[in-house]
Design a protein around this ligand. Structure first.
Ligand SMILES: C[S@@+](CC[C@H](N)C(=O)[O-])C[C@H]1O[C@@H](n2cnc3c(N)ncnc32)[C@H](O)[C@@H]1O
Length: 210
């Protein structure tokens, strides 16, 4: 985890300055998320990066608690929110595993471009389930590299990580991810993907009450 934190702290400014690679898909995700929101809702986001997406959603909910393990990402996120005049987001530096959120207190959890970076994905999804109110939504977008030629990048990943070019990441298929979400107590309401060599799967899942 220290290696990961170092990587993202070092990358934060460059990440903040980088352009969105697929604007149409990003805007579709924003729109489909906002269709689910209302002004009474409490939102939680993990791996929020520099906060750009949380800032887009802030006008549509009551409050957002947005977290990221990188202090530098959170620093930039706070600056961006202040520049945008947004005051209903609380940014904290933390991993999902360590962050303290009351059980059954959240209406919508966002996890965008993050589940493939977490070593214990099952525990992560279980935590999301625990903090969501019954019927609450888990909205995620995840690089699913299993089944694509890109999965062989795993072979050179240790070297790339060693020289600081790549964070730790995990390889699985869209089907495997969906199965993990469903078996953790969610129903999938909507799923689509974009990307060719690496499929990115956007999933809206609702927490089952029983
Ligand atoms: C690929 S970026 C995605 C950022 C943002 N969600 C987006 O879509 O632009 C991944 C982010 O997750 C953070 N991160 C990595 N592992 C994490 C963990 N275990 N808990 C919380 N944040 C984590 C990194 O610091 C980084 O900001």
């Amino acid at each position: 985890m220290v290696t990961s934190k170092k990587f993202w702290d070092k990358t934060a400014r460059k990440y903040s300055d980088s352009k969105i690679s697929d604007v149409a898909s990003y805007e579709r995700k924003i729109a489909e998320t906002q269709q689910q929101l209302n002004p009474e809702m409490m939102m939680f986001e993990f791996g929020c990066g520099t906060g750009s997406t949380a800032i887009r959603h802030a006008p549509y909910v009551k409050h957002i608690h947005a977290t990221d393990l990188s202090d530098n990402m959170i620093q930039i996120a706070r600056e961006k929110a202040a520049d945008a005049g947004v005051s209903n987001i609380t940014f904290t530096s933390s991993t999902l595993a360590e962050v303290s959120v009351k059980d059954a207190s959240i209406d919508v959890v966002l996890g965008l471009n993050i589940l493939h970076l977490i070593d214990d994905r099952k525990a992560a999804i279980a935590k999301v389930k625990r903090i969501l109110k019954p019927g609450g939504l888990f909205i995620s977008s995840t690089a699913c590299m299993g089944g694509s030629p890109v999965r062989f990048i795993k072979l050179i990943a240790p070297l790339a990580r060693w020289v600081g070019l790549m964070p730790e990441f995990y390889v699985f298929t869209r089907a495997e991810l969906k199965e993990e979400i469903v078996s953790s107590g969610f129903d999938i309401e909507n799923e689509w993907f974009h990307g060719k060599s690496v499929e990115s799967s956007f999933i809206v899942a609702s927490s089952r009450s029983t």
